[in-house]
Design a protein around this ligand. Structure first.
Ligand code: HEM
Length: 449
C-alpha cells in the first residue's frame, strides 16, 4: 500500500515563489518544519519532491541509484556551465567510463602525495598574511582562500601554476555561480535568451573556456613525465573501442574537476576559519593539539590521523555549513520511496542544509559542537545521516583529497595565527548560490602566535 505524498498548498507555493528570490533557505527550512520528511513542492515554480529522511535519501542515492539521474532542471542549468563533465553529467555509460578513468587519481597514496603541494602553497599564503598580522589590518579571507584552493587544484591535479589568469577565472566563476543560483530560484527568462544577465553569462563562459584552453595548451607544451589527472585523461582509451577522449570531453572534464575541486573547498575553509574566530576555547584546543603533535613542523599526510580534534571541527563545520548544499535527481522510471509512489520523471530534491539539521538525528541541531564527531558519538549514529559528500556511486570523487586539504590548511593556520573577528560585526549569514557562500565574506584579524 502506498500513500499520497503530502504537498504544499497552492498558497504556500505561491508565497514560496516570491520568498525563494529573497531567502531560499528560509522557505525550505519552513517547508520541512511544516511538512516533514517527504513532500511535493514547487521550486522556482517547477515541481519537485523534497526528501529529508536518511532512508529516502539512501533509496535515491544508493539502493536504487540506477533509477536516478541528473537529467533535471537544477543540473540542466549547471550543465550550461559544466557541460557533460563528471559533476553535471546526466549519468549513464559516459559518466561511468569517465569516473573509472579519473578514480585512480584520488587513491589513498595519491592524496598522501598531494599534501606536499597543499602545505607548500598554504605556506605561501600564510607568509603573505604576516604583513596583515604585523599591521593589524583586517583580512577578507574568502577571496584569498579561493585563490589558494584554485592554485592547489591546478598544481596537484594538472601540474600548473596560472596565477593572474587563475584570479580572473575565479572572479568569472563567482559571477556565473550567482547568475545560475538566481536562475534556479526564478527560472525565467531561459538562459538561452538575450538579456543583459544572459549576455553577460555567455561572455563569462567564453572567458572560462579560454582559460581551460590555455591550461590544455600549457600542459601539452610541457615536456613532462608527470602522471597526474591531465595525463590520465589524455591517455585514456575506451576499453572496447580504443577511442580517446575528444578535445571537448577533455576540456569539459578539466573544467568540471577544477570547479568541483576549488569552489566547495574554499567555502569550507572560510567557514572553518570563521568558527575558530567565533569560538576562542575551541581555537585554543586546536592550537594545543597542533602544537603538541607537530611542535611547529609542517604537517605531513601521516600526521593528520593524530590531529582528531581539528578534524572534528572540520566535520562539524561541514555539517552546518555544507558547501554542496542542494542537489537534484530525476526518476527515470516509477519507484517507491518509503511508503510513497514516485511517478516516472519526478524531480527529487535533496537539501543538505535541512538534512544535516534533522532533529531526530542531531540533538539540539543548530548548536555548533565538534564533539558530535568523536568516535563514540559517530558510532551511536546511523551512517547515512551525515552526507557532505553525498553517498552511492556519484558521491564526491574528491572527498579524501578535500578532507586532507581542509585538515592541512586548518592545521597550518592554527600553527601560525590566532584569529578573531573585528568587534561589532554581526554573525555571517548564508549566500545560497549553487554552493553555500558566506554572505559578505569573512573578515578576520590575525595575530602571529
Ligand atoms: C569540502 C569540499 C567538497 C565538498 C563538500 C564536495 C561535495 C560534493 C558533493 C555533495 C557532490 C555530489 C553532487 C551531486 O551528485 O549532486 C560532489 C561531487 C563531485 N565532486 Fe566534490 N566536494 C568537495 C571537494 C571536491 C574536490 C576537492 C574535488 C576534486 C578535486 C571534487 C570533485 C567532484 C566531482 C568531479 C564530483 C562529481 C562526481 C560524480 O558525479 O561522479 N570535489 N562533491
Amino acid at each position: 500500500m502506498t500513500a499520497p505524498i503530502p504537498r504544499l498548498s497552492a498558497r504556500e507555493n505561491l508565497v514560496g515563489l516570491k520568498e525563494m528570490r529573497r531567502d531560499q533557505i528560509d522557505f525550505i527550512v519552513r517547508s520541512v518544519r511544516d511538512h516533514g520528511d517527504i513532500f511535493q513542492m514547487r521550486l522556482g515554480g517547477l515541481p519537485a519532491v523534497m526528501v529529508n529522511h536518511p532512508d529516502y535519501v539512501q533509496r535515491v542515492l544508493v539502493d536504487n541509484h540506477q533509477n536516478y539521474n541528473k537529467d533535471n532542471f537544477l543540473y540542466r542549468a549547471t550543465r550550461t556551465v559544466l557541460r557533460e563533465g563528471l559533476l553535471a553529467n546526466k549519468g549513464g555509460e559516459e559518466w561511468r567510463l569517465h569516473r573509472r578513468i579519473m578514480q585512480p587519481t584520488f587513491s589513498h597514496s595519491n592524496v598522501a602525495k598531494f599534501t606536499e603541494g597543499i602545505s607548500e602553497l598554504t605556506g605561501v599564503l600564510l607568509r603573505q598574511w604576516e604583513t596583515n598580522a604585523r599591521d593589524g589590518t583586517v583580512v577578507e579571507v574568502t577571496s584569498d582562500v579561493a585563490g589558494l584552493a584554485l592554485r592547489i587544484v591546478l598544481r596537484v591535479l594538472f601540474g600548473l601554476d596560472a596565477d593572474d589568469r587563475g584570479r580572473k577565472f575565479e572572479r568569472d566563476f563567482l559571477e556565473v555561480n550567482a547568475i545560475i543560483g538566481n536562475f534556479f530560484r526564478f527560472p525565467f527568462p531561459p538562459l538561452s535568451w538575450k538579456s543583459p544577465s544572459r549576455n553577460r553569462l555567455r561572455v563569462l563562459l567564453a572567458e572560462m573556456d579560454a582559460f581551460i584552453e590555455y591550461l590544455i595548451a600549457a600542459r601539452l607544451k610541457q615536456d613532462s613525465d608527470q602522471t597526474d589527472l591531465f595525463t590520465l585523461l589524455l591517455h585514456a582509451r575506451d576499453a572496447e573501442t580504443g577511442a580517446a577522449l575528444t578535445h571537448a570531453q577533455l576540456a569539459n572534464e578539466i573544467l568540471s574537476m577544477i570547479i568541483g575541486g576549488y569552489e566547495t573547498t574554499s567555502n569550507s575553509i572560510a567557514w572553518i576559519f570563521y568558527q575558530l574566530a567565533e569560538r576562542p576555547e575551541m581555537q585554543q584546543r586546536v592550537h594545543d593539539e597542533v602544537d603538541g603533535v607537530l611542535d611547529g613542523r609542517v604537517p605531513a599526510f601521516a600526521d593528520l590521523a593524530n590531529l582528531p580534534y581539528t578534524r572534528m571541527v572540520i566535520d562539524e563545520t561541514l555539517r552546518l555549513f555544507t558547501p554542496g548544499w542542494q542537489t537534484m535527481r530525476r526518476a527515470a522510471a516509477a519507484d517507491v520511496i518509503g511508503d510513497y509512489r514516485i511517478p516516472k520523471g519526478t524531480n527529487i530534491y535533496l537539501n543538505l542544509f535541512t538534512f544535516h539539521r534533522h532533529p531526530d538525528f542531531w540533538p539540539d541541531p543548530l548548536r555548533f559542537d565538534p564533539e558530535r564527531f568523536s568516535a563514540a558519538e559517530i558510532a551511536k549514529r546511523p551512517r547515512n545521516v551525515y552526507l557532505p559528500f553525498l553517498s552511492g556511486p556519484r558521491h564526491c570523487i574528491g572527498k579524501h583529497f578535500a578532507l586532507a586539504e581542509l585538515h592541512v590548511i586548518t592545521t597550518m593556520l592554527a600553527q601560525t595565527f590566532h584569529v578573531t573577528r573585528p568587534a561589532g560585526l554581526p554573525p555571517v549569514g548564508f549566500e545560497p548560490l549553487l554552493t553555500l557562500h558566506p554572505k559578505g565574506g569573512i573578515q578576520l584579524r590575525l595575530r602571529r602566535r
